[in-house]
Design a protein. Sequence first.
Length: 479
Amino acid sequence: MVAKGVRNQYLATYCVNLATLIYGLSIGWLSPNLVLMASDDTPLTTGKITSEQQGTIGSIGTIGCMLAPLVCGWVAEIAGRKSALMMIGVTQLISWAVMPFATNLNVIYASRIFGGFAGGGTLSIVPLFVSEISEDRIRGTLGTMLAILCNSGILLGFIISHYINCWAVTYLALLMCVVYSLGCCFLPESPQYLFVKKKKEKAIKALRFYRGEEAESETSQFTAEVARFKDIHTAGNPKKKESNQIHIKDFLTRSRWKPILICVVVILFQAGSGSIPLMTYTATIFQESHSNLSPAMSSIVVAALQLIGSYVSTMTVEKAGRRVLLLISTLGCAVCTTTMGTYTFLQEMQVDVGCFRWVPVASMSALVFINAIGIGIVPFIIMTEILDPKIRGPIVTFCLLEFSGVAFLVVRYFPVAVEQLGMYACMWFFSCCCVASATFVLTCMPETKGKSFEQISESLNGSGGKKSASHKDVAPTPV
């Protein structure tokens, strides 16, 4: 039987990740409907859209996504993680509420911007909240729920748009927005955040909820965790009123600049893998590659495999470790993009590829599956694990801003690059990025599986080894 504390951690994780499911629905809605809006049967009163307008619709959401880490990150630090989560719910509700009236491009643009804002807020706040409420031993597993719920939403969006109609997704999303907002209202605030704000009683009460029966009996494990939170957030001189204020020097210490650099680089892995334009233009890519499956069915197959990949990541992240999953994922994506690039190059050279019509579906399906195992979620887990809690919020905000900016450029100019350079050149470029990512993982990435922040910090600073091991053997002093 699952312990009460573990159950509450899973419950809270599923609740906040409803936001990622809703965000996934918006991604799943877009790909098949871009094809519809570009056809003669377009539901838009302004007529069918051009390839340039497709790029704008696909990328304009990243404008909101770039703003979200700044706004939501500020709200999360000032008013709390729950307030930021509630803000995400409001913007998602606005995004979907205008969709039934989306008969012209301007309404769709507005909806995409609000949806992008909600998506950016989700990617910045949800992993932060989940990492702060989780025990070390299940932190990685709970972190992968972000990918599972998001990919479930993408698959659901594909299926509903294909088998029902393009507006049916809207009503499901609106219902989920209400459920998500109500669920967040009843969740306790992050214990770590409350410790930062020196609200000890509320922090301990919240921690009891997320640790369950063990906390109620005041075990040494619980009291040690309380002591650890207090030590982390009152490092230095606790008498100083400004001890929790952030200064520029906090980012420049030797123990902090390496984790920051790792986060800045690792967040780019997904944009460099080719998965973002693939999921945005799935139907279009398969349409142009002359696959032997219909674009709509190909999209559903790809989304289903991505969901399976997320599940595999959940089952293996605490066993195989973060570095192993990232290595498998980056090198696997390199193989897939190279294969797809070679196929489209031969097609461009008018070589008969009739016997290999299965290659686009196979390579792109393998890409999203392998991407979901590692690149799709592990970077977001690592960011919340290796950063000092004092600077975690601002750095996660910056990294998400960086991610959104690069994603905007990739999505916005992918159709133009394909038109000017060819699909094969784009695929080979993504392949080179994946190889570079794998090299970075091998040379610079620490393993964070099952480790506390203190142990991770020691390994980053080259003092892991025996010292880290000895920390496991010494029983913590109760409060």
